[in-house]
Design a protein around this ligand. Structure first.
Ligand code: AMP
Length: 192
């Protein structure tokens, strides 16, 4: 099964992707994690994207499309994957559909984690209170930028996937356990 976890920054996509990875053996494919690893390793890719991540802007489509295709061809993705933070633009979604079609696969479901902006801001503030700033883009100021980028570029994907009948909306403001249960119920319903 190929799953897209969809939602604004801080909605809990990474948390739920990790749970799906543990419970269903579907690898978490997080472009954000991959890009941060490249920055940390100071690779040529990392040097190219570092400032973009810190600002909260999107890295160019061709870069993320390439890293996703390369990662998806690893053997652990044979039964599918959980796409976390990808796609983020219409061209990325089109490229993903084309990449999967070439491999006789498809996106089975798009799980939209719905969370109010106010709650996203509270979550950032809480993380900083608990652990300080651990990510250069995890600040209230950059969240505002990331949210604008989300609404401008990424939110339109709901319509793209909605037309394909693939979107299931989940209340992302519920406790983590309840979100996990709602996702499990949605996936079990799809599998039937
Ligand atoms: P994330 O961890 O998913 O919030 O991603 C962190 C940052 O990485 C984003 O703010 C972007 O700068 C970059 N990024 C991650 N995924 C993508 C993507 N699919 N397209 C463009 N930029 C991305």
């Amino acid at each position: 099964m190929n799953i897209v976890l969809f939602g604004p920054p801080g909605a809990g996509k990474g948390t739920q992707a990790k749970i799906l990875q543990d419970k269903r053996g579907l690898p978490q494919l997080s472009t954000g994690d991959m890009l941060r690893a490249a920055v940390k390793a100071a690779s040529p890719l990392g040097k190219k994207v570092d400032a973009i991540l810190t600002k909260g802007d999107l890295v160019p489509d061709d870069i993320v499309i390439d890293i996703i295709a390369e990662r998806y061809d690893q053997p652990d993705c044979a039964k599918g994957a959980v796409f976390d933070g990808f796609p983020r633009t219409i061209p990325q979604a089109q490229a993903l559909d084309a990449m999967l079609a070439k491999r006789k696969k498809k996106i089975d479901v798009v799980l939209e984690l719905k969370v109010d902006d106010k709650v996203l801001l509270q979550r950032v503030e809480q993380r900083i209170k608990e652990g300080g700033i651990l990510r250069s883009d995890d600040t209230p100021e950059t969240l505002a930028r990331r949210l604008k980028v989300y609404y401008d570029n990424t939110a339109p994907l709901l319509d793209y996937y909605g037309k394909q009948g693939k979107v299931v909306t989940i209340d992302g403001m519920a406790p983590i356990n309840d979100v996990t249960k709602a996702i499990a119920a949605a996936l079990d319903a799809k599998a039937r």
